[in-house]
Design a protein around this ligand. Structure first.
Ligand code: GAR
Length: 190
């Protein structure tokens, strides 16, 4: 039986992409079809390739071309797309071709600390500067606006008074590593 195929889009280090590749390596019904990046020097490309996953890299103009991304995903028989540290807006045509089948990971409790420019450590810095007492991660469907699609799951962590950006970053990474693959699996198989 054909496995359900995921494309992972990632722009950077790829710790979440790699965690998902490992999680789905011998999965009975889900597999990673390819990893796509918009940055030719993104560490995720070598790391994914080393694990035997096909990688693709295109410039920002190409990844803004919805028709191109739709045909690429169709050619590779992709069923779901997961954005793991991917920082470009997803073209409308791809969203229309994959309704509620594109999932994003965001390192805050949306709707707080989302939107354009809110990614990675920028999010943690803003959270710490505002003296929040908790933060967390959000896993959500992607729509036309950055970080605004329907929420699938959120996981929280507390922030003590003396904690800084790097402490929070560690807690967020811990939540992401622990929860993202299973939430993806459960959403796909629901
Ligand atoms: C992750 O913390 C992810 O939540 C965040 O980028 C990091 C990527 O790390 N995504 C965003 O900020 C999206 N707005 P990784 O490359 O090691 O997976």
């Amino acid at each position: 039986m054909k496995k359900i195929r995921i494309a992972i889009f990632a722009s950077g280090t790829g710790s979440n992409a790699i965690n998902m590749i490992r999680f789905f390596e011998n999965h009975p019904s889900i597999e990673v079809g390819f990893v796509l990046s918009n940055k030719s020097d993104a560490p995720v490309l070598n790391a994914a390739q080393a694990l035997g996953v096909e990688v693709k890299c295109y410039d920002n103009k190409k990844v803004a071309d919805g028709d191109f991304l739709v045909s690429l995903c169709q050619e590779h028989k992709i069923d779901w797309v997961v954005l793991a540290g991917y920082l470009r807006l997803i073209p409308t045509k791809l969203i229309e071709a994959f309704p509620e089948k594109i999932i994003n990971l965001h390192p805050s409790l949306l709707p707080n600390y989302g939107g354009k420019g809110m990614f990675g450590s920028h999010v943690h810095k803003a959270v710490i500067e505002n003296k929040e007492t908790e933060s967390g991660i959000t896993i959500h469907f992607v729509n036309q606006e950055f970080d605004k699609g329907k929420i699938i799951a959120q996981f929280r962590c507390t922030i003590a008074e003396n904690e800084g950006v790097s402490d929070l970053e560690k807690k967020i990474r811990y939540l992401e590593q622990g929860y993202l693959p299973t939430v993806i699996q459960n959403t796909i198989l629901a």
